[in-house]
Design a binder for this molecule. Sequence first.
Ligand SMILES: Nc1nc(=O)c2c([nH]1)NC[C@@H]1CN(c3ccc(C(=O)N[C@@H](CCC(=O)O)C(=O)O)cc3)CN21
Ligand SMILES: CC(C)C(=O)C(=O)O
Ligand SMILES: [Mg+2]
Length: 278
Amino acid sequence: MKATTDFIKMKQKAEKITMITAYDYPSAKLVEQAGTDLILVGDSLGMVVLGYESTVPVTMEDMIHHGKAVKRGAKDTFIVMDMPFMSYHLSSRDTLINATRLMQETGANAVKVEGADDVIDQIKILTNAGIPVMAHLGLTPQSVGVLGGYKVQGKSSDEAKLLVENALKCQAAGAFAIVLECVPMQVAKEVSERLEIPIIGIGAGSDTDGQVLVYHDIITYGVERVAKFVKQYTNVNEAISLAIDQYISEVRIGAFPELKHSFQMKPEEVKSLYGGKA
Ligand SMILES: Nc1nc(=O)c2c([nH]1)NC[C@@H]1CN(c3ccc(C(=O)N[C@@H](CCC(=O)O)C(=O)O)cc3)CN21
Ligand SMILES: CC(C)C(=O)C(=O)O
Ligand SMILES: [Mg+2]
C-alpha cells in the first residue's frame, strides 16, 4: 500500500495518480484489483447509492457503514474517507472525534474535507493530531445550496487567484493532497504547478497530478445523466437490464430453471417417497 509521501514522490516524477470512489465490498474489490493508487469513500454515496438529491443528508453513520465494507474489499489500498456535511464545522473537538471515528471504525488511511476559510484551521488541527488530510477545493458539493448548483468554479481571474491562495493555505496547513473539482483547466494547471502536494482533478482538465471519478459514472451504473467531465467507459445499466428482463420472462414462460439448475433425489428415494408418485 502506498503512503501519503509516495503521492508527493509520484508528483515529483510526473507519474499520474489514480483515485476512484468505492462504496461497498464488490466495488472496492474490483477497484483494488485494477490497481488504483487510492480509493475514495466519497459522500457522493448519498447520491449514487442512497438516492438523495445531494450529499448534504449523508451522516457519519452512513460513511462508517460503507467505509467498513470498502475496507473489507480493499485491504491493501490507501483509503480516503469524506468527512460528511457539518462533521468538521461545529468545533475542533467535534472534527477530531469524527475524523477519529472514520479512521478507527473503518480502517481508512485519511480523511477529506471540503473548502477553505474556517476549514484551513481544521486541516491544521487534524494533521497535527496525526490524521492525514486531503483537501477539496473548486466545486465543493456540500455547499451546493450556497453555490446555487453544481457549477464550474474559478472562471474569472479574481476567483482563480483566490483558488490558488486557498490551495497554498491547504498545503501550508498540512494537507497531503487536494481534490480540485470543476474548474477551468488553466486554473487547475496553475494550481498544480504552484503546489508541491499533488492536485487530483475531477472536471479540471489533464494538467493536474492525478484524476478521480465516481465509480458509478465510469461504468454507468444506476446513474442516468452524468457531468460533462465524466467518461463512461462502459454501460452496465444496459447489461443489468438485459439480464433482469431475460430472467423475468424465462420464469414467466417456465424456461428457467432448467434441469442443470435443479437438485435431484436418488431414484430409490423417489420410489419410497409417497409410493413414487412425487
Ligand atoms: N454521480 C456523481 N458523480 C459526481 O462526480 C458527483 C456526484 N455524483 N455527486 C457529488 C458530486 C456532485 N458533482 C457534480 C454534479 C454535477 C455537475 C454538473 O452537472 N456540472 C455541469 C457544469 C455546469 C456549468 O457549466 O457550470 C456539467 O455540465 O458538467 C458537476 C459535479 C460531482 N460529484
Ligand atoms: C467527487 C469526489 C471527489 C467526491 O468528493 C465524492 O465522490 O464524494
Ligand atoms: Mg465528496
